[in-house]
Design a protein around this ligand. Sequence first.
Ligand code: UD1
Ligand code: F6R
Length: 371
Amino acid sequence: NKGHYEHYMQKEINEQPESLTTTMRGRLIRRGSNIPKSVLLGGLKDHLKTIRRSRRIVFIGCGTSYNAALAARPILEELSGVPVTMEIASDLLDREGPIYREDTAIFVSQSGETADTLLALQYALDNGALCVGITNTVGSAIARNTHCGVHINAGAEIGVASTKAYTSQIVVMVMLALAIGGDTISYQARREAIIDGLFDLPNKVREVLKLDQEMKDLAKQLIAEQSLLVFGRGYNYATALEGALKVKEVALMHSEGILAGEMKHGPLALVDENLPIVVVATRDACFSKQQSVIQQLHARKGRLIVMCSKGDAASVRPNEHCRVIEVPQVEDCLQPVINVVPLQLLAYHLTVLRGYNVDQPRNLAKSVTTQ
Ligand code: UD1
Ligand code: F6R
């Protein structure tokens, strides 16, 4: 049921304040003023000790689910102190990469039925790793075959392009980082700030959704383009990959997410006055580096669209021709949840304006059950 929306993708983008609320329901604990706030993930509580003691955490997934894990990687590393590595499921299988008994392998999959992810799960089980699932589908193969896990509870996702599952996956993995991190004193203020940020996140998503008309206007400007680049780094490297994935899969426009730190190692050669480039430059530890990326792209006459934190337009915009998307600022590790929303809206409007099928992009299936 699409309600008053024209497409499922549009409905699912707009229901993210509610889906995120459901994802967090009963899992964030704010007791009294003297007791620290904490996180309770029922499915993991008996396994946290083992996960903390593992030698490495390996995230395994495909497509959008891989991107969600990439967004959560920095906070998991920071709070757990355990090395975190990333595997695209098919690539792990192609290489038969090393997985050990001392590893915790975390399988991220909206459907819980993706063939590559399932085969990688079988491979990790055979190698003796602790296998954890993060899935949206109760009773799915990944939920059944992992040792433990967390349901993201985002509600059924019907549009082939994953939107609300992406943001709920990130939130679950941030909660997972808080749960694994335990309650060391040195991280207490940081942890509490993140938990407060999680409580307020649905409101902030509601706020960013108000950019809908602005993104539609931007889509009108980009309707006939061949290509769109998206630059991000740190927490928002994932935003760049995910924004580009949305644009290519539904709007059928070539788009590439680029790690901004790699700009000078090749991508800079593409920059001219015609190619549109989105630069994600919201406030976090990478902000000044992104400011210099903007300067360098501007020096090559790049056609820039800069995403920045509210109030920062003047400090990021190299001149008045540069388009700016201002988004609400949240805790750094939650910023990817906010930043992806305008890019989801952009991909949606581009698709409608270009006349393509939003909910069933050509050649794609919701659940990829073959290799
Ligand atoms: C569970 C109930 C929820 C109830 C809550 C009350 C289910 C599905 N969930 O939620 O309805 O409101 O208790 O306390 O009945 N699991 C895996 N692999 C996965 C995902 C989950 O093994 O990929 C396992 C978990 O380890 C856990 C079980 O499935 O044993 C349920 O997980 P989850 O729904 O996340 O647990 P709760 O949030 O505690
Ligand atoms: C993109 C998209 C795909 C899926 C991928 C993994 O919008 O939906 O990239 O994310 O096929 O699917 P799941 O998460 O079901 O394993």
